[in-house]
Design a protein around this ligand. Structure first.
Ligand SMILES: [Zn+2]
Length: 276
């Protein structure tokens, strides 16, 4: 077994779940198959309170050098319970340059007890020197049968499964979407927009005035973009698109990148669709 792994694959295909499962296996105290998922150690990993597992995720879209230093100090202390410690860094590509450079030193000489798990949907945004020091584990999109299975197990309505292909084999994206309390309202707005029965600005007017006002919330705006994107994509699979919808689709694709890269606020996202 190696000491440093990079789990790479698109959003919502299970990288984080597998990383947690892998960490549970490292720390499990069972003599049999590991992780047993029932010993005290496994249940502490499950609850996110195991003393020998540390998880880092971006704050305000970034992992800073302070966070990395703190994790390094923690990693160089002896394990409290067993022989190993696991450090899990989610969205590892959000380390800024000083953080990434500081972290490189740990990857070059990790303490013997350490196992490091980096997770990213954008491996090319990591420093090449970081990538080359990790064993890269690639995660593929799930088949539509697998997507359906995940939704069923989560007790979710499988109505959205027909979008499976359009959701690029990512059950996580569908789960993210269906968690919205405004899903029905959004679906209705998206259909009006696609049929050309309402303009974006009239929809924004309507949903800003509403009590819930989902266009004010960034997470909800992103969910709406996701829904719209994938409704268009599934139409695309069925046949051809009108020129207007095609333009909308191109704008959406760009916008999704921008939202992610520049951490845009919802107002800007809403405005930048106005011209479409
Ligand atoms: Zn266990």
């Amino acid at each position: 077994m190696g000491q440093s792994y990079l789990f790479a694959g698109r959003e919502g295909v299970g990288k984080y779940l597998v990383a947690r499962w892998f960490a549970a296996g490292l720390l499990c105290s069972s003599q049999g198959e590991r992780p047993c998922l029932s010993c005290p150690s496994c249940s502490r990993v499950e609850k996110g309170v195991h003393v020998d597992l540390k998880e880092i995720a971006p704050e305000k879209g970034m992992i800073s050098i302070d966070t990395i230093r703190e994790a390094q100090n923690w990693l160089y202390l002896k394990p409290m319970e067993g022989k190993r410690k696991a450090l899990l860094i989610d969205d590892a590509h959000t380390m800024n340059i000083p953080a990434a450079n500081a972290f490189l030193k740990t990857l070059e000489e990790p303490p013997a007890s350490a196992v490091i798990l980096l997770i990213t949907a954008n491996p090319l945004w990591l420093l090449p020197t970081i990538r080359s020091r990790c064993q890269v584990v690639r995660f593929s999109p799930l088949s539509s049968t697998e997507v359906k299975e995940v939704l069923k197990r989560r007790g979710e309505n499988t109505e959205l499964c027909h979008l499976g292909e359009a959701f690029e084999g990512s059950p996580g994206k569908i789960l993210e979407l269906v968690s919205s309390p405004n899903l029905e309202e959004m679906r209705e707005a998206a259909m009006l927009l696609l049929e050309g029965e309402a303009s974006w600005s009239s929809l924004v007017g309507r949903h800003l005035k509403g009590k819930k006002g989902w266009v004010r919330e960034k997470d909800e705006v992103i969910r709406f973009l996701l829904l719209l994107h994938h409704l268009i994509k599934s139409r695309m699979l069925e046949g051809h698109l009108s020129e207007r919808v095609r333009r909308l689709y191109e704008r959406l694709t760009l916008l999704e990148e921008e939202v992610f890269m520049y951490n845009l606020n919802p107002q800007l996202v809403v405005e930048s669709l106005m011209g479409v």
